[in-house]
Design a protein around this ligand. Sequence first.
Ligand SMILES: [Zn+2]
Length: 304
Amino acid sequence: MILKVGSKSETVRAVQRMLAGMGFHPEGIDGKYGPKTEKAVIRFQESEYLYADGIVGPVTMEALEEAYMRHTQEITSPGADSTDGIEERYVFVRCKADKYKEGYSHLYLRQDAAEAYNDVRRQVRKLGGVLTSSGGKRALSAKLNSNRSATSFHYLGLAFDLYIWSGMEDLANDPYVIKVVDIEERRLEVFFKCDSENVPVIEISDCVKYSDPGLLHRKTISGKYKSLTELFIDNGFFPIRARSRFIDDGYPLAAEWWHFQYENALTPYVSTFGGELLKVYSKQRLENTPPWHFRDRVFKMNWN
Ligand SMILES: [Zn+2]
């Protein structure tokens, strides 16, 4: 079955309904495949990185049904009940990432963070780079351990991790190189590898590898790179410092270079962890979960 300009059927109507539901504006759900439906299909295909020909064949149809199912689940599941008086809740949005080795190809973020993340990903990909992933939103029931803060931005869907093994492994070939900016402050900066004529070759000093625990053998790398940390900060996502176990003991899981959190959504000294949890979950869902225990933490005071 192929649907294109000129097609008229109930299936066309179903396609229009799905496009409209996801915000692709086919303008009119009349079962007639006109130029506006074609444009909406092209926008949808581009958003899914499909070949954007404006024709609905089996591949596009399957992608449409899958995306629509996802979309309806997302808008009905998190915090759909508003019995505790909070009517405006954010939803979690499924975002694409670039699969690298054992990394993920998707992650979930709160909708405002998702929008900013997608903007950054578009810019990175335009320059021939990738955004790898070790995940975004963390489940309320996720087990705590020494690597996981109880007040993590991950619970709010406001943080994500690049794939941990996509940097600090093979300086010449990894998608990212990580530079030590300030060892006392435990500040690192991430650069992504570009593949574009518009990016000049630069030199980056003090690049580090997991296999150099004392960070004694920092290297200077040259190539087409751009600062990913800078790009994320410009879009509201901030890095966190490496934990001291990385600097002192070379413990790789403490490096945290991969972690970025959407602090633009919060007001320092005002926003609380509990207040942010309530923007994505109902109170009933939160009670008796480990994160809810820390609901009174205030951003920049005793929570960051
Ligand atoms: Zn993280």
